[in-house]
Design a protein around this ligand. Structure first.
Ligand code: NAP
Length: 338
């Protein structure tokens, strides 16, 4: 029971803070202060100590309420220092804790359904969190204690030199219509714009003109693993047209034009080229190796990690500003007249 109460309490307040961060009620950026990790560790150790004490003296009232309070406070302090780009990992981890708490309740109530469902939920959430960390090339410790996206970690990568080159819709349409191979790279922006259906329409009309169309899918594009696969499947994009990172990266040098649809971090060359970048080592879709790149986004907004993206300043990159769905709808029309 103590395990269930401890884990359940910290999950409750942790989830409330995660909700408040995602709704913008509290700042989404990591909130950090000196000695934070040590304080959190001490608080967790004390809470676990009280839990162990309660196993031997289950009738002790004051330690019980202290454990409850400390677990509530720990939930808040656990999530506050976590950066916005890491929120999906934290949500999945909290989901896992909730599952384990349910499993513990199952043991208290001798309820097999709760034990089985809670255990499955707990472990699948945990495995999902580990997979997300792996795809971002980060350790779980770094996600939980690294305050990714804080001022300290982001410093040093701002102040990108050069200018972003804006391109016109008609030019992009002509480039697309006369290309041999086009690769679409969708990201979180495609999901928010709900542009998946019109992407397929554009792909279909290009294929009718004899253009080879492929989709490059990054494992952590969007906000959940498989986010892009689900959206494109909903729009009936054939599975055989979807290419994973390892399959599509060698194809970029021979690709005429890559259309980046609301993706940012997953195509940030700093992850490969700048060892000081907070996302250094994260595998990326190397779209900058293509002959030409067009980026569809609304403005100068950063990716979820809050980092500048040098791709947008490269000479072979053109920016097509606007909501992805609007831009793609206009492109479908323009390609037909090209
Ligand atoms: P991203 O880095 O979050 O960038 C999304 C871009 O889309 C923004 O730069 C934004 O720029 C643009 N955008 C937003 N709304 C748009 C609209 N309506 N039309 C056009 N563009 C729009 O996305 P990403 O490249 O997919 O990267 C995913 C990020 O989430 C990574 O940092 C990854 O590590 C993190 N993450 C993912 C998972 C996962 O499982 N998928 C889990 C944990 C963390 P504007 O504001 O200028 O439009």
């Amino acid at each position: 029971m103590g395990f269930e109460i401890m884990l359940g309490s910290l999950t409750t307040t942790g989830s409330l803070i995660a909700f408040a961060k995602l709704q913008g009620i509290v700042p989404g950026k990591p909130l950090v202060y000196r000695g934070q990790n040590i304080f959190n560790m001490l608080l967790l150790a004390t809470t676990i100590g009280l839990f162990i004490y309660l196993i031997f003296v289950p009738t002790a009232v004051v330690p019980f309420y202290l454990m409850l309070t400390f677990a509530f406070v720990f939930g808040v302090l656990l999530v506050l220092p976590i950066g916005s780009a890491d929120m999906p990992v934290v949500m999945s981890l909290l989901n896992s804790y909730a599952g384990l708490a349910s499993a513990a309740t199952g043991f208290v109530l001798s309820n097999n359904v709760l034990i089985i469902a809670g255990t499955l939920d707990g472990f699948s959430g945990f495995i999902l969190s580990i997979l997300m960390c792996r795809a971002m090339n980060r350790s779980m410790t770094n996600v939980l204690f690294g305050a990714f996206g804080s001022a300290a970690t982001v410093a040093g990568v701002e102040g990108q030199q050069g200018e972003m080159r804006e391109v016109g819709l008609e030019d992009v349409a002509v480039q697309l219509a006369y290309a041999n191979q086009v690769v679409f790279v969708p990201g979180y922006g495609m999901a928010t714009a709900q542009a998946q259906h019109v992407v397929r329409e554009l792909g279909d009309s290009l294929e009718k003109r004899g253009v080879t169309v492929k989709y490059g899918i990054h494992p952590v594009a969007g906000r959940m693993p498989g986010h892009m696969n689900v959206l494109l499947a909903e729009a009936n994009v054939p599975y055989s047209s979807l290419y994973e990172l390892e399959q599509i990266n060698p194809e970029f040098p021979t690709t005429d034009i890559v259309v980046v649809i609301g993706a940012n971090d997953v195509v940030n060359p700093d992850a490969r080229d700048n060892p000081n970048s907070p996302i250094a080592g994260m595998p990326i879709l190397e779209v900058d190796h293509a002959k030409s790149v067009v980026v569809l986004k609304r403005g100068q907004g950063k990716g979820f990690s809050g980092l500048e993206n040098p791709l947008f300043f490269k000479p072979n990159t053109g920016m097509l500003y606007g909501d992805a769905k609007d831009s793609l709808t206009k492109l479908v029309g323009a390609v037909q007249h090209a």
